[in-house]
Every structure is written in C-alpha cells, then in structure tokens.
Design a protein. Structure first.
Length: 515
C-alpha cells in the first residue's frame, strides 16, 4: 500500500526533473534562425512605404470614399459604406496602420536617429512619417501620435490620443527639420527607397509638396498658419513637373505584393470578368460618368469601358463614349436587370497590375498653386495658368498606364478650350479647381479627394438617403475608430471622443472640417 501510494509522487518528481533538464538552453533553441535579431532600417523603410499606401485600400478608399465621392456605386447593402452609408466597419480597417507602418517607421527612426552618418535616412523616414500620419489624422481626427509607435520600445499599449491641431503643428515641424537636415555627402536608402532611390533633391520637393497640401488644409480653421506654410512650401519648391513625380512602381509578378494594389483590389472584388454579377455589386457611378461625358473629357475613354457581347460567352471591352453609362448611387438593393450595361474600370489601364502608384504628382500641386493664387498667396503664375498646367499633367499622366492611356495634345487642347478656366468670383474659381481635383486624382488618391471635398464642399455632390442609413442622409465626413479601442484603450479613446464631437460616427468631423 505504501509503495503504491508513493508512485504518483515519484512520477511527478521524475517529470519535473525531465522538464528542468529540457529547460537548459531552451531560450537559445527557441530562436528562429531565419529571422533577423536586429532592425534593418533599409528593409523596414521599404516595407513601410508599401504598407502605408496600401492599407485597407478596398475597404477604405474604394468602398467607403470611392462610393461617398460618387466615383463608384453598388446595388448591394453590405459593402455600401459610401453608397448607402451602411456598414461603417469598412472604414475601421485603416486603423490597422498602427500595427504595421506606424511601428515600422518608428523602428526605422529609432535605429538611425543617433547615427550621424544616417542623417539622410532619418530625414526621409521623418518625411514618410508625416505622409503616414497626415492620412490617419485626416481620416480619424484625434489619434495616438507622439507615443503611437512606442508599443515595442516601451510596452506602451495604451497611448494618449493627441489633438489634431497639435499633430499638425508637429507634422510641420518634422517637415521643416527633415528638409534642413539633408546632407548630400552622407548615405541614403538608395534602392530601398521605392520612390526616389535616395535622391535628396526629390525628397525635398516631396516634403515641400506635403507642406503645401497640409498648409492648404487649414484655410478655414487657421488661415494665418495656412498662408505661412503655403508660402514656405512654394518658396521651397514643390512637384510641378512630371520628372519629379513621386510614384511607386509595381510589376505583374507571381507575388501579389508586387502588383499594383488598386488593380488587385478591384480585380479581386468586382471587376475583370464580363457578364453576370460581381462580388461587391460595383460599377462606376452615374455622377462620374455623366460629368465626364458632359464635359467631353477624354479621360472617359481611358478609364471606362462597357463589356459588349460578341458571341456566346464572349465580350469585348468597348470605350465608345456613347456606350458609357454610370449606375446611380443607392438606387438599387438587388441585382438590376441593366447591370451589365453599366460602365466599369478599363482592364487596359486602371486594372493593370504593372501600373505605378502616383503618391504625389504635378496635377495636384498645380491645382493647389491655382488655389493659392486665388487666395493671393502665389503670384509667380496666374490661377488659370496653374489650373491649365494641372489639367495637362493629369491627362498626360495616364500614359504611365500604357498605350491605352495616351491622350493626345489635340484632345487636351480641345478639352481646355471647351472647358475654360472661369473668371468669376473666388468661390467659383475654387469650385472649378476642386472639381478638377475630383477628376484628376480619381482612383489614385481617393483619400486626398475626400479631404479636399470635406474642406471646400466641392465638387457639389447630392447625398443619398437610403432607408436605414447611418448618417441621416449625410455623406460620411469621418472614418470610425474601431470598437476594439473601447476594450484596449478606453480611457484615452473616450477622452478624445468627448473632446472632439462627443461621438465616433460617420457624421462627426475632424478639426479642420468646420462647415
């Protein structure tokens, strides 16, 4: 009996000895031999560039903003974040940037900050940080900023939400200091930099272009600071020529990550297969197609097609102007009989996997210069000259998408004659400038179109008022912070929510959106 009763104790003791012996050297053994033990700033910088631009494109830029800005429409309810103002969850996906590029760019900065020979790498990383965070704060308002990237470095998983005004002030400071710190004698990221391959001159122009964009954002909330930053950016030199265009090149490779994510997103959700239904029920919106047809815009025949049947299960992509037809936003809640007659993106241009992404280009900058001229902040060229230069750049830019994107000088000239720059009031001029931005940057940067619309109210869009929508028939004006913040960072989230508008919804606004 005694011997039998001792057996369990002996087994436990022996088991403990086995585990104790196994634990020796366990930490050394439990290391992935294929993983780096150290931060490699070049690799992380490349990855930060990629993850910054492509975070939640389908949910945020396409389904939420693209439909809100009436570039796209859908007949379905679930993906109708911007069409019927349903399902705010599509807008929460951009918050995922805090777990990828925010951490990545923070690690890059932390690694190179104390190395005097890496000053150019630090400057480029700081500028990219501005690009990343200006998009986040413009979507969500008050967000974690100053301590947002400290989760790994200091185990701070509940960062304070900073006010958007404070964030903007620091973004300007970051740009100022980064521009001034560049040293042509020091090393750069080289080919790890997907936009400029380390070209310092181009990085400075990119930074000043960001400064111009952000400065103009403040026209209604802090006009004096807006004027100051706009003038400083212009004096520094912004991107006004195609040779300085900031872009990321993609290829049609076997790896999805190498493909243009806009084309990939659209191809995987809605387009590319003629006939029948598609995943999200999407087509081009009537507002966009009607506008392009009314103005005789040659970009219509570059971006839009209708699948025309040529036989049994055979179709051809037809760009003929008369055939293009947009689907009205929020009109349908089931598959319309005429669905296959509606226009969708051209597979020869918009849906190509090997097209570049224009991050900041001369079309946007020239339009901002036109607005600056209207406001009396820029005198080197007239508003009309800058506007015309923007239109030319925007149309010529489509040649980057291959031969199907080429628009001749004759067509550009005809468009400018048919749609001349207005000589009316300041407000009329700003309306034309912002409406042109809505066309010139379509698909490539829905985020910037969305910000410009919220700031200026242009283009004038007629909201939808689908039964049961989440905004009372108002076009969404802010992205919704995910509910997970109430679980993991509740105190700071609630403080920021109450400080802004008291709610976290599609119809709340960010700091600079005062109308």
């Amino acid at each position: 009996m005694e011997i039998r009763n001792m057996k369990p104790s002996i087994y436990i003791l022996c088991l403990g000895l086995v585990f104790a012996s196994c634990d020796k050297g366990f930490e050394e053994m439990n290391i992935n031999p294929n993983a780096s033990k150290d931060v490699i700033p070049e690799y992380l910088f490349t990855d930060a560039q990629l993850t910054t631009v492509n975070t939640n494109y389908t949910g945020g830029a396409y389904l939420t903003i693209g439909q809100s800005m009436q570039h796209f429409a859908t007949y379905k309810e679930v993906p109708a974040a911007g069409d019927k103002y349903f399902n705010y969850s599509y807008s929460t996906g951009n918050w995922g940037a805090f777990t990828a590029p925010v951490i990545q760019i923070g690690q890059v900065i932390g690694k190179v900050a104390d190395d005097p020979n890496a000053i150019n790498k630090l400057a480029a990383a700081r500028i990219w940080k501005v690009y990343l965070f200006h998009r986040l704060t413009d979507l969500y308002g008050d967000i974690p900023y100053f301590n947002a990237a400290n989760a790994l470095a200091s185990n701070n998983f509940t960062p304070v939400y900073d006010s958007q005004a404070d964030i903007y002030n620091d973004l300007f400071k970051e740009l100022d200091e980064a521009i001034a710190s560049f040293d042509p004698a020091k090393a750069t990221f080289g080919n790890s930099d997907l936009m400029f391959a380390g070209d310092i001159t181009k990085w400075k122009k990119f930074a000043y272009s960001l400064m111009l964009r952000l400065g103009m954002r403040l026209t209604k909330v802090n006009a004096s600071l807006a004027e100051q930053m706009v003038k400083k950016a212009i004096a520094g030199g912004v991107i006004v020529n195609d040779t300085d265009l900031a872009s990321i090149v993609y290829i049609n490779g076997t790896q999805t990550a190498t493909r243009n994510f806009i084309a990939s997103g659209m191809m995987s959700t809605d387009y590319g297969s003629p006939g029948g239904d598609n995943v999200e029920g999407g087509k081009f919106a009537k507002t966009l197609i009607d506008y392009l047809k009314t103005t005789g815009d040659p970009r219509l025949n570059v971006v839009s097609i209708v699948w025309m049947p040529t036989g049994s299960n055979s179709y051809v992509a037809d760009t003929t102007t008369a055939l293009q037809l947009g689907m009205q936003n929020a009109k349908y809640n089931s598959l319309p009989a005429e669905f296959n007659t509606f226009s969708e993106p051209n597979p020869a241009t918009v849906l190509r996997y090997d097209t570049p992404l224009v991050v900041i280009g001369p079309a946007e900058m020239n339009l901002l210069l036109a607005e600056a001229a209207v406001r009396g902040w820029y005198s080197d060229a007239s508003a009309a000259d800058s506007y015309n230069a923007a239109v030319r750049s925007a149309m010529k830019q489509w040649s980057l998408f291959g031969s199907a994107g080429v628009i001749s000088d004759a067509k550009v000239n005809k468009y400018l004659v048919t749609n001349p720059y207005v000589s009316g009031s300041d407000e009329q001029q700003i309306e034309q400038i912002q409406t042109q931005k809505w066309v010139s940057m379509m698909f490539e940067d829905e985020y910037e179109i969305y910000a410009s619309w919220r700031r200026t109210g242009y283009p004038k869009l007629t909201p939808t008022n689908y039964p049961g929508n989440l905004t009372g028939g108002k076009i969404p004006t802010r992205f919704v912070i995910p509910d997970s913040e109430l679980l993991y960072n509740q105190e700071n989230f609630v403080t920021a929510r109450d400080r802004q508008t008291g709610n976290n919804s599609f119809s709340s606004t960010v700091w600079w959106d005062v109308d």
